[in-house]
Design a protein around this ligand. Structure first.
Ligand code: SAM
Length: 246
């Protein structure tokens, strides 16, 4: 039987009673056809993962008794994903893949050549939750409101290393660049829009954020592919793919 794993905002501990709302209880009851006495896994981004037992269903609710911790909370990699918005379905892809790849925060960033006018932040959030439920993640990336690149650069936190994916000739290969850093520290990865970054933006990034510009190889990747490639490389050097952070 497929095990069900759900995100909740409620505190989790042995003996806690959790009442799921209409959407989650519909999923558990009508979609997954679970019954009282069946097991369910819960996580809230703070207390690890817990096994619970379904006690009762009502109209639009489901009562669960929390039994035992099945995964302890672990330290998470501190890497933000900053991306210029693309089309809806590709944003869905970016949200779910960056969750699976362990981004700690996701931030849409408007740039000069961004062609998409608005990002649905609630949709972004629900995609991250769904991805985290499915992939076994213990935390959901923080989904931030869209900002302009210039505004973001004006308040750039100096301790955070900015990795800018830039497909111009002459940028350092990403793995070479990452391997030059000894400490993991705090990072952010910036991926540009379909139209790329403007010269002015590259100049502003250089002046305000002490960035590392990197190449993801000789082919021009779609923005959503670039997100996956960059996070994959970052994880392989600093992230929880390293053996000491399991
Ligand atoms: N039309 C743009 C140009 O020629 O500059 C291409 C932009 S690309 C579709 C979207 C974003 O993905 C880029 O702004 C960059 O951040 C990233 N990207 C794509 N391919 C890349 C590569 N080979 N190296 C580094 N970044 C890349």
């Amino acid at each position: 039987m497929t095990s069900i794993r759900l995100y909740t905002e409620v505190e989790l501990f042995s003996g806690a009673s959790i009442v799921l709302g209409p959407q989650q209880s519909h999923y558990v009851n009508n979609v997954m056809r679970q019954k009282a006495g069946h097991c369910i896994f819960l996580f809230n981004g703070l207390d690890g993962e817990w096994r619970g037992e379904i006690r009762e269903f009502g109209r639009g609710w489901c009562d669960i008794l929390v039994l035992e911790c099945t995964k302890k909370m672990t330290a998470c990699a501190d890497v933000w994903l900053l991306f210029a918005p693309v089309k809806k379905t590709r944003i869905d892809f970016i949200a779910s893949k960056s969750t699976e790849l362990g981004a700690s925060a996701i931030q849409p960033v408007f740039t000069e050549f961004t062609s998409v006018g608005r990002v649905n932040i609630d949709r972004l959030k629900s995609n991250t939750i769904e991805a985290a439920e499915q992939c076994g993640a213990l935390v959901i990336p923080e989904v931030r409101e869209t900002k302009n690149l210039s505004e973001m650069l004006d308040f750039w936190p100096s301790e955070r290393q900015l990795l800018v994916c830039d497909n111009r000739i002459g940028r350092a290969p990403i793995l070479n660049a990452l391997n030059n850093f000894k400490d993991r520290g705090s990072w952010a990865i910036l991926v540009g829009p379909e139209g790329g970054f403007s010269e002015y933006e590259l100049d502003q990034i250089q002046q305000k954020a002490n960035p590392v510009f990197v190449s993801l190889g000789p082919r021009i990747l779609r923005a959503d592919t670039a997100v996956v490639a960059a996070l994959t490389c970052w994880q392989s050097v600093f992230g929880d793919w390293a053996s000491d952070i399991q």
